[in-house]
Ligand binder design. Structure first.
Ligand code: SF4
Ligand code: SF4
Ligand code: FES
Length: 235
C-alpha cells in the first residue's frame, strides 16, 4: 500500500510553517501514522515526494502503545495519537499531519504542553491529606486516572486557550480524582479552584468526549465533580 503524508513543518514557533509531502509504502495492514513517521526518519536519506532531500521530521513518542500521550497531533483535521491511527482506516488521498494548534510549536510536530502542568500547579492538584481507598469511589477514580495529559480535548474545545482561565478537561480529570478521594474538609480549596478553572468556563457540549483517545467517560467525571464541587455545597 502506498500513502502520501502531507506534513506541516516548522523549525520553531517563530519560523514560517510550510507543507511537505512524503510517499510511504508498506505491506503492514496495521501501519499507523507513528509507523510511517518512524519509517520516514529511518531512511538513510529522507526525500520528499519530488525527490528533494529534507531534514528529519521532529515528532514525539514514548510508548507507541496509546499510553503516554506524547504523540498527540492533528491527523486529517482531528486531534489524535499518531500511534493509534491506522493509515488504512483514514481513506484519505493525502493524509495531513499537523502539530496540535493550541500550543506553541517547538519543531515540526512537537509542541510545548508545559501549560498543562502549570495549570495543575495553579489548581494545586495534589494530595494534601490521606485519601483512604473506597470501593464506592473506585469507578470514578479509575476513569479519571486514565487521562494521558495529551491535550487532544483542548484542541477541539472552543473555550480553551493557553492564556485563558479555563483549563479544560485535561485539568478536570486529575482534579476529579482528588475531589473524589480527599476528605471533604481537605478539598475546600480544590473545590474553589475547580469552580473557577473548570466549571465556570465549560459550555458542556461534550465535544471533547468524542476525541479523547483514552475513551474517558468525560460526562461521568463532570457529573461527579460538579456534584462534589458545586452543587453539594449549597445543600
Ligand atoms: S464540554 Fe465543551 S467547553 Fe467543556 S471542555 Fe468539553 S469541549 Fe470544552
Ligand atoms: S481527557 Fe482525554 S483527551 Fe483530554 S488530556 Fe486526558 S486523555 Fe487526553
Ligand atoms: S507514543 Fe505514547 S501514546 Fe503514542
Amino acid at each position: 500500500m502506498q500513502y502520501v503524508l502531507k506534513i506541516r513543518r516548522r523549525t520553531s514557533s517563530a519560523a514560517k510553517p510550510y507543507w511537505q509531502r512524503f510517499v510511504y509504502e508498506t505491506d503492514l495492514a496495521g501501519a499507523t501514522v507513528a509507523t510511517a513517521l518512524s519509517a520516514l526518519n529511518d531512511r538513510n536519506l529522507l526525500t520528499d515526494i519530488d525527490g528533494s532531500s529534507c531534514t528529519r521530521i521532529a515528532w514525539d513518542c514514548g510508548c507507541l502503545q496509546k499510553k503516554c500521550g506524547a504523540c498527540a497531533m492533528v491527523i486529517c483535521g482531528s486531534p489524535a495519537l499518531a500511534c493509534n491511527v491506522r493509515l488504512a482506516e483514514l481513506k484519505a488521498k493525502e493524509i495531513t499531519v499537523e502539530p496540535l494548534r493550541k500550543f506553541p510549536v517547538v519543531a515540526d510536530l512537537i509542541v510545548d504542553r508545559s501549560i498543562l502542568r502549570e495549570n495543575l500547579q495553579t489548581i494545586r492538584a495534589w494530595l494534601t491529606a490521606d485519601a483512604p481507598a473506597s470501593e464506592q469511589k473506585n469507578d470514578v477514580l479509575y476513569e479519571a486516572s486514565r487521562c494521558l495529559q495529551c491535550g487532544c480535548c483542548l484542541e477541539i474545545c472552543p473555550n480553551f486557550s493557553t492564556e485563558g482561565k479555563f483549563f479544560g478537561m485535561a485539568a478536570m480529570a486529575p482534579t476529579t480524582r482528588l475531589l473524589t478521594a480527599l476528605p471533604k474538609a481537605e478539598a475546600k480549596m480544590l473545590r474553589e479552584q475547580y469552580r473557577r478553572h473548570v466549571y465556570a468556563g465549560c459550555g458542556k457540549s461534550l465535544a471533547c468526549r468524542n476525541v479523547c483517545p483514552a475513551g474517558i467517560d468525560i460526562e461521568k467525571l463532570l457529573v461527579n465533580s460538579n456534584a462534589l464541587a458545586i452543587w453539594k455545597k449549597y445543600r
